[in-house]
Design a protein around this ligand. Sequence first.
Ligand code: MRU
Length: 356
Amino acid sequence: MDLGFPVPHPQSVIWRDDGLVLLDQRRLPTETVYLTLKTPEEVWTAIRDLAVRGAPAIGIAAAYGLYLGVRHVPEDDEAAFWRELDRVAAFLATARPTAVNLFWALDRMRKRAEAERGKPLAAVKVALLDEARALQREDAAVCRRIGEHLLTLLADGMGILTHCNAGGLATAAYGTALAPLYLAKERGWRLRVFADETRPVLQGARLTTYELQQAGIDVTLICDNMAGWVMKQGWVQAVIVGTDRVAANGDVANKIGTYSLAVLAKAHNIPFYVAAPTSSIDLATPTGADIPIEERPAHEVTEGFGRRTAPEGVQVYNPAFDVTPAELVTAIVTEHGIVRPPYPEALMRVVTESGG
Ligand code: MRU
């Protein structure tokens, strides 16, 4: 898809007439494998098993998944079509619980279908595909704008620490937290990036270093437990992370380990920025305590490196996300600008202005 500007990294979600093509992120960085999905069940599994991951990319994949679910419904049975649309949307919404972009994207698709109600079903189907594509195109533009706003908080020569992968692979293009790094590169700045490994699924080690290295950006991989020491050396001037959901009070859910980083950043007097498209801001969720936190299988922790690293039968706690309290967040950077505390009013304003 032409996104309107060159994309400096591999694209993770591609629509083709024969189905939804996903770059299988579980296999990176050692293997480049594309999956072609033709059913919503396959899309659900790809989301659940992390073949596609990252909040915006999950939403985009689900939008195409919904289209896949209704595209072959006979066009002479109105009732069956709308029943199937409801059923597939409800089903896809169960793939993962934390990233609000999944529900946001499905909701947007349903609203588009509703707006077309009364037209021939063939036209409603065309509109649904059109909406999924629009969602993807808009996400790329949103990420670039987030990058531009974040860049105003940075300066040439800085050290940036990031966690997980909130990059191009997690979005339509550029990423959210990584977008300013691509824009800085375009402008000839030299930023030094530290990528947290991000146990247990290693999104930082496998994905962030991969995409930044391909783009020729200076990136250094560290284990998660090295972040404090790297900060202590004076090598980090800003922490930038993405988010799966921002609550109405400014609490931020993101990959497990983000909260610890925010505490470390505060201890070292380093600004802690959250890159958040407005599609990740959920005013219906009052505080971080109300955000459902996904727990994932134990084997991610006990066999994360392709071999057992813990005794059989050991108890494991494996939350995929944590919540960083709003008071540890220096600013939330959206496509509409930089949001600073007090967050409840500022988030309300930015979402209302964006028409959300
Ligand atoms: O479990 P994942 O890999 O989907 O978690 C991803 C993150 O936590 C990202 O930081 C977040 O989704 C933002 S992606 C722009």
